[in-house]
Design a protein around this ligand. Structure first.
Ligand SMILES: Cc1cc2nc3c(=O)[nH]c(=O)nc-3n(C[C@H](O)[C@H](O)[C@H](O)COP(=O)(O)OP(=O)(O)OC[C@H]3O[C@@H](n4cnc5c(N)ncnc54)[C@H](O)[C@@H]3O)c2cc1C
Length: 553
């Protein structure tokens, strides 16, 4: 833990020098003694220290200063440092003001100048106040802090980004923390733009985009080389496996991830069907191991960078990033996966992030401790979600459109759901609308067979109702199937016995799209078996085709 701070403020240089000297004499081993030569300087220092989450044990402030009195200054700093002890330096004539200050700003003590000898007139008082402070205060968090509202979707996105990239942070809920609100007002003068991310170096970002945040927390966001053998788009299991094998084969490899490595798999609370992990593995753990392995073998990983375009400039393929940067390579592997389909019902969009979530929003589980929540969907991911939230929630209600789970869910999950005492499954229903002022309060259901309607009160709804491939950006450039998934190899539409528009004599390699040298692997590929092991397998196997292609350029 860093040393707590004692801040002395006085515009009289001689007095400030004397008090600093006496403070250093006694408190230097345990405290950092700081000085400010005016009230304005003192206030700025207090703000900066609050932004760094530094602990100020004591403010020692002169009463008579131009522009702002000591009492006024202490009144301001106590909003930012409510736990700090507050001492006023006074002349005899200020005694009444100081006594009034005890009531108005909770002044702990006033000291008459001069305070000589300090052993009798200064240290005993400050020793008492400091030991009282130490007894009450708890160590402050010294890392990144996210100040936001649990009702702001942007705050939710930043939390997800940081946890997805395994960046530790402290969440500070502005709705519950008046000191944090005061700090935010002093920093930005605005409580509408959320979240604000505070860094230990005293800087902050307001409602940052993923790329800004990635750069600030030290993730790689820019490519190191002008040219690569392979650019891998997407850092899920398929992309990570592909990048890992490409790098291990000595290929110059860069992986571009829009968000956080791990993809959908990273949001899984427990993957139980991945070979080699008999007790299961959390998606976050698997993602972290795969990321470390790909990096160790030499792949570059860009985080928070979204791919927005792809073009062919033979013999090169050019990948365009959202910030305008272009990456050039011989080969591109598309492993952009897919995401949850959006539930388009009245009330859902404004409550997204405020009780309405897609997939297993694990960062939010603790928020719904002992509350009633529902899970929409009947596939394996919904079952896993229900089991995960049942560890926190009072009751989990699964809302399933079908009349049983057998056709859509693995039997081991069905058994677990049946034996979980706080999971109830309602079959044959559709969600019609959701309601809530600022946060989800209830969900309207329609019984499919009878049309009967009912409303259930829930604090959160986790939706698992199907998927959308992340291939829109390649529409018009690559051949996609009717669901929007990327077509490859023998699945490419044929014309006169060859793939339509295919420019080469040879047939496309396995995983190759209709643009030679561009491959697709994992969930984004048409016909893929959407599982972690399958994605890893495709990502790994696609390197065989990449190597064959590289021999042709
Ligand atoms: C909640 C949940 C639980 C699951 N549990 C299991 C399980 O237990 N067992 C199992 O086998 N499978 C499970 N799955 C399925 C499994 O996670 C997926 O099949 C697997 O993650 C697919 O891997 P992928 O690499 O193809 O795609 P994804 O995992 O979807 O990864 C694609 C990545 O590409 C990135 N991306 C997308 N577009 C762009 C772009 N334009 N620019 C840059 N990056 C982009 C995304 O941010 C993402 O990180 C689960 C899925 C979910 C959602």
């Amino acid at each position: 833990m860093k040393k707590p701070i004692i801040l002395a403020v006085d515009d009289d240089t001689a007095v400030l020098g004397a008090i600093e000297h006496d403070l250093l004499q006694r408190y230097r081993p345990d405290y950092r003694v700081m000085r400010a030569g005016s009230a304005a300087e003192g206030l700025d220092a207090a703000k900066e220290l609050a932004a760094r989450n530094a602990q100020v044990a004591l403010f020692l402030v002169d009463q008579r200063m131009p522009g702002m009195s000591g009492i006024e200054l202490l009144g301001e700093v106590m909003k930012l440092h409510p736990e700090s002890r507050r001492v006023l330096l006074t002349a005899y004539a200020d005694t009444d003001v100081a006594i009034a200050g005890i009531n108005t700003i909770g002044l702990d003590h006033y000291l008459m100048k001069p305070w000589d000898p300090p052993e009798q007139r200064l240290y005993p008082i400050l020793d008492d106040l400091l030991s009282e402070w130490r007894a009450r205060v708890r160590p402050s968090y010294e890392g990144i802090r996210v100040l936001g509202s649990q009702w702001s979707p942007e705050s939710f996105a930043v939390k997800q980004f940081l946890s997805g990239n395994r960046i530790p942070y402290e969440w500070v809920d502005l709705d519950l923390d008046a000191t944090a609100r005061a700090l935010l007002e002093s920093l930005t003068g605005d409580l509408t733009q959320l979240p604000v991310v505070l860094f230990p170096d005293g800087t902050h970002l307001v409602a940052p985009a993923s790329m800004q945040l990635a750069a600030k927390v030290g993730l790689q966001t820019e490519a190191h080389r002008p040219f690569y053998d392979v650019v891998v788009i997407g850092g899920g299991p398929a992309g990570l496996a592909n990048a890992m094998y490409a790098a291990s084969e000595g290929l110059r490899t860069v992986l571009v991830e829009a968000y956080a490595p791990g993809g959908q798999a990273a949001t899984s609370s427990l993957i139980e069907n991945y070979l080699g992990f008999p007790a299961g593995v959390t998606g976050a753990d698997l993602a972290q191991r795969a990321t470390a392995q790909a990096r160790r073998l030499g792949a570059e990983l860009l985080s928070g960078q979204e791919v927005v375009g792809l073009r062919r400039e033979d013999p090169y393929r050019v990948v365009v990033l959202a910030d305008g940067t272009e990456l050039t390579a011989y080969c591109v592997v598309i492993a952009t996966g897919m995401s949850a389909r959006v539930l388009e019902i009245p009330g859902a969009a404004p409550l997204h992030g405020n009780g309405v979530y897609y997939g297993a929003a694990m960062t939010e589980a603790a928020r719904y401790r002992a509350k009633d929540v529902c899970v929409v969907g009947g596939a394996n991911s919904a079952g896993q979600g229900a089991l995960f939230f049942s560890r926190y929630a009072h009751r989990v209600t699964m809302l399933v459109r079908a009349l049983d789970l057998k056709s859509s869910m693995s039997s081991y999950l069905i058994d677990r759901i049946r034996s979980a005492p706080n999971i109830e499954v309602i079959y044959g229903v559709e969600v019609e609308a959701v309601h809530g002022e600022g946060a989800l309060e209830s969900v309207d259901l329609k019984v499919v067979a009878s049309g009967a309607r009912r409303t259930i009160p829930v604090a959160a709804m986790f939706i698992f109702i199907g998927v959308r491939p992340h291939a829109e950006v390649f529409a018009g450039v690559l051949a996609l199937d009717e669901g929007g998934f990327v077509l490859t190899g023998s699945d490419l539409p044929q014309e006169h016995g060859r793939p339509r528009g295919w420019p080469l004599e040879r047939a496309p390699f396995m995983f190759e799209t209709n643009m030679p040298g561009v491959f697709a692997a994992g969930d984004v590929r048409s016909g893929a078996n959407r599982r972690v092991a399958a994605a890893v397998g495709e990502g790994s196997a696609a390197i065989f085709s990449v190597s064959r292609y590289l021999r042709t350029v």
